[in-house]
Design a protein around this ligand. Structure first.
Ligand code: SF4
Length: 633
């Protein structure tokens, strides 16, 4: 991996490592699905030793895929595994360092002493790896930073980077370079910032960069897990960062592989389309290491400090009926003549014609300019202009919101027209910029336009229009998540509109899914919270309960708790730090035993798993985080 090799796909088994045949069978399913490396947990010496049997059986059956031992806390197990498998993963926060999750003060001397101690314990592993040609991943995790790192850097991206750099310096001193690094977090924003910082620090300290393993840890399952992973991994790949990827889902590991494939497919395209050369940037006008939303003024409910808006593209329907709005969060009840409005209800619909019924709540309509002129209700309908239409003073404009399309550096884009349009937009308190592109390097093209807006101090709100022509919705999900997520993570974009151009019937059959993906992307980038957030680990040989089934059970009873973050973890290996991001934690602590956390604090220890979900609900109630499921009207 690295040095121009293809981006490698990997996953991790969830079986008990002592179950040799079970692990072999699962590893084969992963390899057959496309995994190019398979990781297996080795919590103690006996599992590390058993890796030999697993490896022998795989080789006997003709599978030569490299194996990786996952190590936490046990240098002894690492030293055994490094003689058996092709790669070992160590977590700097869990390898030698003390971790009592206490706030400790370290003098410079004590700090240096700890680093000496790490050098003493870590160097033997480096030497074994060097001798056996074994690779190593220095895998930092946001949740398991040591007390020492926390004392100096806190729970930050820079703390994650320094934690890895300490180990990397020791390895380099031994002239050992067979290294890959990772900076995982369950929050894609923290994860992206940490990897960028790591590259920055490696380049400034060593003048070179080691390969990187990308992943969003504890991403969860289903659509949300896929969205979070695609945003974190995709944003970095768009930056040109990343050599191997793992999508961590709370599902069977072989199901992670198609998602990995969809993510990297973007960079393996056989199409002849070349990326467009964009104007050079002399100074980046935003900080890629810290989140700060682009400063804008408000146009109605778009921009400024308001949450990004979601626009549902319903332009493929000739006319809109009440029932069509069900897919975007508005359910009409004819008997009560009332609308139920979901938390994830779109703010605008883009359609061919003005709807012929009274619109629910704050839902508004966007129409092509010529159609808008005919609209009866100009309080609720607003026009969309091409750049040329917007510049034409003879074409009527809205007094409230005018949506203006800007093509970002398309090959055929007229730069003079764009320049004139932007100059006019800059003085218009009603103009919302709609950015789109058909370029292969779409993220970079739209980002370059945002940079231009920043440089020219154009503070109008700007939204992203992103179309997909992929064959499957799985690919479209990745497409939307990467293209919108990469901008939202940097504080760019005040809204999204996702279109779809596939299938030959004229019905937007995926409207519901696309609406859900849009809100999922905003949630994952923490820009708009509309549902419960789950941080659940993928499970591994350390898991002591059925994580998939438990996650589904917890989801079923808590999925109406908008904004509440619940962590569901197989064990506490990554520490309560991982739950710094969660409000409540449900963590395996022994066979049939669960420990419940509030933030980083244990509140109920080793309770029976039979009653643990009920106890979690009680905990939510005790902390005013519970509401009953709302009744529908
Ligand atoms: S948190 Fe989950 S995936 Fe991580 S080591 Fe524990 S059980 Fe395994």
């Amino acid at each position: 991996m690295g040095a121009g090799h293809p981006i490698r796909i990997q996953t991790m088994t969830t079986t008990d490592t002592m179950d040799t045949m079970g692990t072999v069978e699962q590893a084969i399913r992963c390899i057959e699905a496309g995994a190019e490396l398979v990781r297996i947990t080795a919590p103690s010496k006996k599992e590390a030793e058993n890796l030999q049997l697993i490896k022998d059986e795989l080789r006997k059956r003709g599978y030569t895929t490299p194996l990786v031992a996952d190590i936490h806390f046990t240098p002894n197990a690492a030293e055994i595994a490094a003689r058996i498998v092709e790669k070992v993963r160590v977590n700097p926060g869990n390898y030698v360092d003390k971790k009592k999750f206490e706030q400790l003060e370290y003098t410079d001397e004590e700090y240096a002493e700890e680093i000496d101690r790490i050098r003493e314990r870590f160097t033997p592993l480096v030497k074994i790896c060097k001798e056996h040609g074994t690779a190593m991943r220095i895998g930092t995790n946001h949740g398991s930073l040591s007390d020492r790192i926390m004392s100096r850097y806190g729970d930050t991206a820079i703390g994650m980077v320094e934690s890895a750099m300490e180990f990397l310096r020791i390895a380099r001193d031994e002239d050992y370079h067979n290294i890959v690094l990772s900076m995982k977090s369950s929050n894609p924003q923290v994860m992206v910032q940490a990897y960028r910082l790591l590259v920055n620090h490696m380049m400034s300290e060593f003048g070179e960069c080691y390969p990187l393993h990308l992943g969003v840890t504890e991403a969860g399952d289903g659509e949300d897990g896929r969205i979070k992973s695609a945003i974190g991994i995709g944003t970095l790949l768009e930056d040109g960062i990343g050599d191997t990827i793992r999508v961590s889902l709370t599902e069977d590991p072989e199901l992670e592989i198609p998602v990995c494939r969809d993510i990297i497919k973007r960079y393996q395209s056989s199409s002849q389309q070349q990326p467009v050369v964009l104007p050079a940037v002399s100074k980046l006008p935003y900080d890629p290491f810290n989140y700060r939303r682009r400063k804008t003024f408000a146009v109605a409910n778009i921009g400024s400090t308001q949450v990004p808006v979601v626009i549902a593209d319903m332009s493929r329907l000739d006319s809109i009926q009440e029932t069509d709005l069900t897919d975007i969060g508005y359910v009409y009840n004819p008997s009560s003549d009332k609308w139920n409005i979901a938390d994830a209800a779109a703010d605008y619909i883009f359609c061919k014609q003005e709807p012929a019924f009274a619109l629910p709540g704050t839902l508004r309509v966007i129409l092509y300019a010529s159609e808008w002129e005919k609209a009866a209700d100009k309080e609720k309908c607003f026009p969309l202009f091409s750049a040329a239409e917007y510049l034409n003073n003879d074409i009527k404009k809205s007094a409230t919101i005018n949506w203006v399309m800007i093509d970002c550096y398309n090959n055929s884009t007229d730069d003079i027209l764009n320049g004139q349009t932007l100059d006019k937009i800059a003085n218009d308190p009603t103009a919302v910029i709609c950015l789109s592109t058909e370029n292969k390097n779409a993220v970079q093209s739209v980002r370059r336009m945002f940079i231009k807006l920043l440089e020219k101090k154009i503070n109008n709100p700007a939204i992203l229009i992103c179309d997909s022509s992929h064959d499957t919705m799985d690919e479209s999900l990745v497409h939307y998540a990467v293209e919108a997520g990469a901008l939202l993570i940097d504080g760019l974009s005040d809204g999204v509109c996702f279109g779809h151009h596939f299938g030959d019937n004229n019905k937007p059959v995926h409207t519901k899914l696309i609406n859900s993906i849009a809100f999922g992307i905003l949630q994952a980038t923490r820009t708009r919270i509309s549902k419960t957030e789950y941080i659940s680990c993928p499970s591994c040989g350390r898991t002591l309960f059925d994580l998939q089934e438990t996650t589904a059970r917890i989801r079923a009873v808590t999925n109406h708790l908008k904004g509440v973050k619940i962590a569901i973890m197989g064990c506490i290996v990554n520490g309560p730090g991982e739950m710094a991001d969660a409000d409540f934690g449900y963590v395996g602590s022994g066979v049939g035993k669960i420990t419940l956390y509030k933030g980083k604090e244990v509140v109920k220890r080793n309770i029976d798993s039979e009653i643990a979900v009920e106890e979690l609900i009680n905990l939510l109630k005790e902390n005013s985080a519970w509401v009953d499921v709302p009744e529908t009207v």
